[in-house]
Design a protein around this ligand. Structure first.
Ligand SMILES: [Zn+2]
Length: 413
C-alpha cells in the first residue's frame, strides 16, 4: 500500500526518517492493565512529497477514533502560559482589537489563550473537539466552545450563524489534522474581509538543522515549512503577509495570513517573511537536498543516549526523567530504553501521574519524587522547556545532581 500526499495526492516515496515501530505516544497505560494487556506498535515514518514539499507521516492503519481518547490540557507549562498571554497582548496592539472585535480560536483547549482576549472585553469563541476540555474552559474561564472538529462544513455552518472573525488563532493544531486541505478550506468562510489568521507551528527547518527527530509521533501528521504552508493556504484563497520566528517548541513560526484580496500590509512582518523564505530556499527545502542526511540523526542520538545511560548503570549511579511529553515517548521507544535504564519519569500533569509510558512501561510520578529519591542525573525529555525546568528543579544542585538533554546532542550540565 503506497502512501499519497495528504495535500496534493502525489505518490510519496522519499523517506525523511524511519523510526521503526512505535506505540501511539499519547496512549499512556493504566497500572491496573499494564501487567495483563499488550500494546500495538505502528510504523513511524516521515515522508517528503516531492511535488509540494509537504513532509508527512506514512499512512498507518488504525482503528477509528484511535487518537482521540486522550485529553491534553495546555495549562501545565508556565512558559507556555506566558507565551499565550504575550500573544494576546501583541495581537490586540498589532491588529487594533477592541470591544467590537471578535476572536475565534481553533483548538482552543482549556481556554488558556482566549481568556486573555475575554478579559480585555473582546468577544471570543473556541472550537475544541474534546468535550471534557471544552467543559473546563467554560467552568474556569467562562469560555464557550463549539465541541467539534474544524473543517469546511463547520466553517460554513459558523458563517451561516453570522460569525466573521477579526482574528483567527490556529496555534499548534495544523500539524495534527489529518485532512489539512479540508481544515484550511474552512477558515476563509469565517475570516472577516480584513481579518487576520495566525498559525503557529514548529518549524521544519529547525527540526532538520537541530536533529529534533523526536518531534515525529503518530498524532503529528505534518512537519511544516513556510514553503508548504504558503502553498496550502494559497490553494484556499489565503495569502501569507507576515511572519514571526518564535522560540517555542524548539523553534516555531507564526504565520500571518489574510484573504488574498485583502490589502493588509505590515512592513516588519514582511521583512521576516522574506528572510525565512530565503533561509528555506538556501537550505534546499524546495529540492531533495534539504532533506537528505536527516535519516542518520536518530541513530547518532540513540547511540549517545544509550551509552550515557549504560555508563550511569555500570557506575551504580541513578537517573530519572523529567516530563512525559509525546517526544519523550518517541525517543525512549526508538532507543529501547525501559525502566532498567530509566526507572521513572515525572510530570506536572495529574492526567499522566500514576500511569506508565506507552511501549516502554516507565512509571510517571509527581515531580516531588525527584527530591525524595535524589538521583545523580535528571534527563529532561521536553528539551524545549529546558530553561524553565532547570529553574524549577534547581534543588538538585543541593545533592550534586546534574541535568541531561539528548537533543540536539547529548549534554550534561
Ligand atoms: Zn504533495
Amino acid at each position: 500500500m503506497a502512501s499519497e500526499c495528504r495535500f496534493c495526492k502525489s505518490p510519496l516515496e522519499y523517506v525523511l526518517v524511519d523510526l521503526g515501530l512505535s506505540p501511539v505516544s499519547n496512549h499512556f497505560r493504566d497500572p491496573s492493565r499494564v501487567d495483563h494487556e499488550g500494546q500495538t506498535f505502528f510504523p513511524l515514518k516521515a515522508l517528503v512529497c516531492e511535488s509540494c514539499w509537504l513532509v508527512q507521516l506514512s499512512d498507518v492503519v488504525t482503528p477509528p477514533h484511535f487518537y482521540e481518547d486522550y485529553a491534553y490540557f495546555s495549562s501545565f507549562s508556565a512558559s507556555w502560559l506566558a507565551h499565550a498571554e504575550r500573544y494576546a497582548q501583541e495581537m490586540q496592539e498589532r491588529l487594533g482589537l477592541g470591544s467590537d472585535s471578535f476572536v475565534l480560536e481553533i483548538a482552543s483547549n482549556d481556554g488558556y489563550l482566549l481568556q486573555h482576549f475575554k478579559n480585555a472585553g473582546i468577544k471570543v469563541i473556541g472550537v475544541e473537539p474534546s468535550d471534557n476540555v471544552a467543559a473546563y474552559a467554560k467552568e474556569h474561564h467562562g469560555i464557550e466552545s463549539i465541541v467539534e472538529f474544524f473543517g469546511k462544513s463547520l466553517g460554513d455552518a459558523l458563517r451561516k450563524k453570522g460569525i466573521s472573525a477579526d482574528l483567527i488563532a490556529c496555534n499548534n493544531v495544523l500539524a495534527h489534522v489529518p485532512d489539512i486541505g479540508d481544515f484550511v478550506s474552512g477558515i476563509g468562510p469565517v475570516l472577516a474581509p480584513d481579518g487576520t489568521l495566525t498559525i503557529e507551528f514548529p518549524h521544519l527547518l529547525q527540526m532538520l538543522t537541530q536533529g529534533q527527530f523526536d518531534t515525529v509521533y503518530h498524532e503529528h501528521y505534518f512537519y511544516l515549512s513556510l514553503l508548504s504552508v504558503e502553498r496550502i493556504l494559497g490553494a484556499h484563497g489565503l495569502t501569507v503577509y507576515g511572519l514571526e520566528q518564535l522560540n517555542t517548541h524548539g523553534g516555531s513560526l507564526r504565520v500571518f495570513a489574510k484573504h488574498s484580496a485583502s490589502e493588509i500590509n505590515d512592513h516588519a512582518l514582511a521583512e521576516t517573511l522574506a528572510k525565512v523564505r530565503r533561509d528555506e530556499a538556501n537550505f534546499g527545502l524546495n529540492s531533495l537536498a534539504g532533506y537528505s542526511g536527516f535519516a542518520e540523526r536518530p541513530a547518532q542520538c540513540k547511540a549517545d543516549l544509550l551509552s550515557f545511560l549504560i555508563d550511569v548503570w555500570r557506575q551504580g549511579k541513578t537517573v530519572c526523567g523529567y516530563g512525559a511529553p509525546a517526544k519523550g515517548n518517541t525517543i525512549l521507544n526508538y532507543s529501547g530504553i525501559g525502566p532498567e535504564l530509566l526507572p521513572f519519569t515525572t510530570d506536572l500533569s495529574p492526567q499522566k501521574q500514576g500511569k506508565f509510558l506507552p511501549g516502554v512501561n516507565i512509571p510517571v510520578f509527581h515531580p516531588d519524587h525527584i527530591k525524595a529519591t535524589r538521583p545523580d542525573y535528571v534527563l529532561i525529555l521536553p528539551w524545549n522547556l529546558r530553561e524553565e525546568i532547570v529553574q524549577q528543579l534547581s534543588d538538585i544542585r543541593d545533592w550534586g545532581g546534574q541535568f541531561v538533554v539528548a537533543i540536539p546532542k547529548l549534554e550534561t550540565f
